[in-house]
Design a protein around this ligand. Structure first.
Ligand SMILES: Cc1ncc(COP(=O)(O)O)c(C=O)c1O
Length: 370
């Protein structure tokens, strides 16, 4: 299998650990193991007793129990734990797709959501988000894209990079269309629970559709990317077993300390979500003020959920702008060209406590250069 480089990840590999001001990260503020143990009121001795043998390949039962509680329609036996969210994306597509299958992907998107299907030899159609003035989807276009051989529809909601979120009615329409046409829905829900208004939270696809697969992870909403724990939840037994069998060739089972710490984190999910949503909301009000002040330079579409947004640069070329900014001021933004060649947008991240400082640095740069 030949696969093209993951542009966004290669960009991060170049800058993430040397640019002083990261203003485009998609995860929420993290914490140390010590802080997580304190949050969960668990002693260090309990952690040091964790056994370092192989773990159950489905995922530790206690962890699956906690994950299942994030949903209303699946039980722990319908949860398959993986390493991060990247592994289940890779495994799922390789386990179910064949060359020539037709796949529709909400676009722009996190690259692996299109790349893996393309590398397998599928025909991939992009269902493009429109920015007018907020991000939205057109279901008439989508219906026209469905073909007799459409096997899979891939969506990501809340969305990376735009902060778009389907409405409940739209999500139901998508699910109804899957029932009518027989395609699977792979719903990347790694930012779920970061809706600014709780009423905007969607039911998970695994709760409402028997052919729906929900992707979740500890990295984003919970801010614990270093645990590398993610999962797929689905009611579809056949797909579940295919996925479990595929995983024997990638990671077999998960890291025992990570499973222990993820279980602890999910037992305390309300505290973590509250903390991270607090950071996001606080940063969003700073961003609203900032973009209000720079309306002539940037077009800001307020996201609906999640820790990232995708504003447009109105003057100049985005790759040059981002390059100059990181070189002269050490502020890292992600040029939209890493998602879509023709984009003049950039990804901004606001899930971290350092955002205000990075934004001030961006303002200093703009005052010096404009
Ligand atoms: C939409 C989306 N899906 C999947 C992933 C992969 O998550 P992880 O890095 O935790 O494997 C990311 C990471 O940025 C993402 O934004």
């Amino acid at each position: 299998m030949k696969i093209s480089p993951f542009k966004l990840e290669r960009y991060f590999a170049k800058y993430e650990f040397n640019a002083p001001h990261l203003l485009c990260c998609s995860d929420c503020e993290s914490m140390s193991i010590g802080d997580l143990l304190k949050l969960g009121q668990v002693s260090e001795a309990t952690l040091s007793n964790v056994w370092l043998g192989y773990t159950e390949s489905q995922g530790d039962p206690a962890l699956r129990e906690e994950i299942a509680q994030l949903y209303s329609g699946v039980n722990p036996e319908q949860v398959l734990v993986h390493s991060g969210a990247e592994e289940p994306i890779f495994n799922f597509m390789n386990a179910i797709l064949e060359p020539g299958d037709h796949v529709i992907v909400l676009y722009p998107c996190y690259q692996s959501l299109t790349e893996i299907a393309e590398s397998i030899g599928c025909e991939v159609t992009y269902w493009k988000l429109e920015n007018c003035p907020d991000w939205k989807v057109d279901f008439d276009i989508f219906k026209d894209q469905i073909r007799p051989n459409t096997k899979l529809v891939i969506v990501n909601t809340p969305h990376n990079p735009t902060g778009f979120q389907f409405t409940k009615e739209e999500f139901k329409t998508l699910s109804d269309l899957s029932n009518e046409h027989g395609f699977f829905i792979f719903s990347d829900e790694v930012y779920r629970y970061l809706e600014y208004d709780e009423n905007d939270r969607l039911p998970s696809i695994c709760d409402i559709n028997e052919n729906g697969l929900a992707l979740g992870v500890m990295s984003k909403t919970f801010g614990l990317a270093g645990l590398r724990i993610g999962w797929i939840a689905t009611q579809n037994k056949e797909i579940y077993h295919k996925l479990a069998a595929y995983k024997d060739y990638t990671t077999i089972c998960n890291s025992a300390p990570s499973e222990f710490l993820s279980t602890l984190a999910l037992k305390n999910k309300e505290k973590l979500i509250k903390r991270n949503l607090g950071i996001v909301n606080n940063n969003l009000s700073l961003l609203n003020q900032f973009f209000d002040q720079y309306q002539d330079l940037f077009r800001w579409s307020m996201p609906k959920a999640g820790p990232i947004a995708f504003p447009e640069l109105r003057r100049g070329e985005i790759t040059k702008f981002c390059h100059d900014l990181v070189t002269k001021a050490g502020v890292l933004l992600l040029p939209g060209t890493l998602y879509d060649k023709s984009s003049n947008n950039f990804r901004i991240g606001f899930g971290r406590t350092t955002m205000e400082q990075s934004l001030n640095r961006l303002e200093e740069y703009l005052s010096a250069t404009l």
